[in-house]
Design a protein. Structure first.
Length: 109
């Protein structure tokens, strides 16, 4: 006889395994990324997959594990904040390089 609970548990396990493989692929992309922006995007993708994994764990545990969804929300907020800070830092570095370049061109000309 087919049991839906077993099928759902098996599906959750395969989903978790797929997320872990995808996280590993993103980690490889973060290491091999040619630019800093590519690495930041890959790390952001890893954090999104980690959030999904925590939510999946919260759903798969049979006892009351709703606190894991709260943990995932806090982690998502921190991850978003980190990406915004890194993007601002990258923008500031590019602006400083552009200013130095224009200052050097003004001195030469």
């Amino acid at each position: 006889m087919f049991h839906y609970a077993e099928a759902i548990r098996l599906l959750l396990h395969f989903g978790a395994l797929f997320l872990m493989v995808a996280m590993f692929a993103c980690l490889v992309g973060a290491v091999r990324g040619p630019k800093l922006a590519d690495r930041i995007i890959a790390i952001n993708m890893i954090s999104v997959k980690a959030i999904l994994l925590v939510v999946l764990l919260g759903v798969s545990i049979e006892f009351d594990a709703l606190f894991l969804i709260d943990v995932a929300l806090v982690y998502a907020l921190l991850s978003f904040l980190a990406v915004v800070i890194l993007a601002r830092f990258m923008l500031q570095v590019k602006l400083n390089k552009a200013r130095k370049k224009t200052d050097e061109e003004k001195k030469e000309g």
